[in-house]
Design a protein around this ligand. Sequence first.
Ligand SMILES: [Zn+2]
Ligand SMILES: [Zn+2]
Length: 81
Amino acid sequence: MEGTFLDASMETQDNQSIAINTNRCEYFISSANNIQCQNSTSYNCSHCLSSFCLKHGLQHQQDLQAAIHRLLTEAEVSYDD
Ligand SMILES: [Zn+2]
Ligand SMILES: [Zn+2]
């Protein structure tokens, strides 16, 4: 019984590594529901080395700029203290 369980879990790991090796957009449309974009990649982010489809590559750049802006704003607020 134990051996059967191990075989099943190893099979699951193999399937996961195959999924990671495909060139699929890494953008999560809904991170809460774990829904990932299914498009093939055509954009590589030089900042975090993630791959996205063109649409989400642009979206990711906007997300980065918003995140950087937020960090800068927070840094300014911290300076005031
Ligand atoms: Zn990035
Ligand atoms: Zn995408």
